[in-house]
Design a protein around this ligand. Structure first.
Ligand code: BDR
Ligand code: CA
Length: 315
C-alpha cells in the first residue's frame, strides 16, 4: 500500500466551487492501493480557510474523518499576506469542524522525515506549502518517495491563465521553482494532458443516480458544477462536461501505465509576461540541462475514466 499525503487548494461541497480536488480526495480514499495519511491545504482556487473547512467536511462525508487536515499557506511565497476574501458562506456552513492545529509545511516535514522513502506527496494546488517545507527542511527532497504535481503546461499552445500558463504554477511560480530545483523525484501531470480527461453530464448523472452514498453526492456536485460552467463560459466547447485535472495526478500514483511519461528538464519563469510559465526541454539538445522530472505526455482516457468512475461510483 502506498502511503499518501495530499496538498490541496479546494474541495467539493460549496455551491459554485471547483470540484476536481474533491474528486481527487475521493479517488485517494477509494483506491485500496493507497493509504491517505494527511491532507494539507493551501490558498489557490479558494482561500485557505475555505479549502480547509471543505477538506475536513469532505473527509467526514467519505467516512475518513480520522485523516488529519492541516491548514497551510494563505498566499504565495512572494506575497504571503495578500488580503483575500474568505468565502463566508462556506465557513458558516462547514467551519464548525476543526482542522488539526499546526502549519501545513511543518506537518509535511514531520510526516515525510519520519518515514524516509515511504511517503508519496500529491500536490494539486499551488506549491507554496511544499516549497515552504523544503525551505524549512531541505532533507525532505531526499526523504520523500516522490512528488506528483498537477501543474504546468508542457506540450501544447494554450493554458488557463495566460498562454501557455497553468493555474497551480502561475499562482506561485517561486514555489514551483524551489520544488523543481529541489532534487526530489518529481512527476508533473500538466494541463495539456488533464484537459483530455473530462466527466460528461451523462456520466455525472449516472453517478448521481447509481452511485453509493458518496457517489450520488459527488454526481450531484458534478451536475451543479457543469451548470455553473455553462453560465460562466457560455460558448465553451466543453460546457457539458468538466475536467478531472487533479484526480489524474492521484491515478498517476497507482496506475502510472495509464499515462505516457517523458523525462525532461523543466524550468519556470518568474519574470514579466512569462511569469508562471513552465518550459520543458523536450528536444534533448546536447547542452540541455539534466532532466529534473518526468512529465505526462499522453493519457489513456477511456481506461482512466473507467477506473475513476468505478472507484468513485462504489463509494
Ligand atoms: C488546476 O487548477 C484548478 O482548476 C484545478 O483544481 C487544478 O488543480 C488546473 O489548472
Ligand atoms: Ca486543485
Amino acid at each position: 500500500v502506498r502511503r499518501l499525503v495530499l496538498d490541496t487548494d479546494v474541495a467539493m461541497g460549496a455551491p459554485g466551487s471547483d470540484i476536481d480536488d474533491g474528486f481527487a480526495i475521493a479517488l485517494a480514499v477509494a483506491d485500496p492501493a493507497l493509504r491517505l495519511e494527511l491532507v494539507t491545504t493551501v490558498d489557490g482556487n479558494t482561500d485557505v480557510d475555505s479549502a480547509t473547512a471543505l477538506a475536513v467536511e469532505l473527509l467526514h462525508r467519505l467516512g475518513h474523518g480520522e485523516v488529519p487536515v492541516v491548514r497551510g499557506a494563505a498566499g504565495p511565497l512572494a506575497d504571503p499576506w495578500r488580503p483575500r476574501e474568505r468565502a463566508a458562506d462556506v465557513l458558516e456552513r462547514f467551519g464548525h469542524r476543526r482542522p488539526v492545529p499546526g502549519r501545513a509545511a511543518e506537518a509535511l516535514v514531520r510526516h515525510i522525515t519520519a518515514s524516509p522513502g515511504e511517503i508519496t506527496l500529491v500536490a494539486i494546488g499551488p506549491l507554496t506549502n511544499v516549497a515552504t517545507a523544503m525551505l524549512l527542511e531541505p532533507r525532505i527532497a531526499r526523504d520523500v518517495r516522490e512528488i506528483v504535481v498537477m501543474g504546468g503546461y508542457f506540450t501544447g499552445h494554450q493554458g488557463n491563465v495566460r498562454v501557455p500558463g497553468e493555474f497551480n504554477i502561475w499562482a506561485d511560480p517561486e514555489a514551483a521553482r524551489i520544488v523543481l530545483r529541489s532534487g526530489a523525484r518529481l512527476r508533473f501531470v500538466g494541463l495539456d494532458v488533464t484537459y483530455q480527461v473530462r466527466m460528461s453530464r451523462d456520466q455525472a448523472a449516472r453517478l448521481a443516480s447509481h452511485g453509493g452514498d458518496f457517489g450520488r453526492f459527488a454526481g450531484e456536485c458534478g451536475l451543479a458544477w457543469i451548470e455553473t460552467l455553462r453560465h460562466r463560459y457560455p460558448g465553451s466547447a466543453t460546457r457539458d462536461s468538466f475536467h478531472l485535472h487533479d484526480p489524474l495526478a492521484v491515478a498517476a500514483v497507482t496506475h502510472p501505465e495509464l499515462i505516457g511519461w517523458r523525462r525532461a528538464h523543466v524550468a519556470v519563469a518568474t519574470d514579466g509576461v512569462a511569469r508562471g510559465i513552465t518550459v520543458a526541454d523536450l528536444l534533448g539538445t546536447r547542452d540541455a540541462p539534466e532532466p529534473n522530472c518526468e512529465i505526462a505526455d499522453t493519457v489513456d482516457v477511456p481506461a482512466f475514466l473507467d477506473l475513476f468512475l468505478r472507484r468513485v461510483g462504489a463509494l
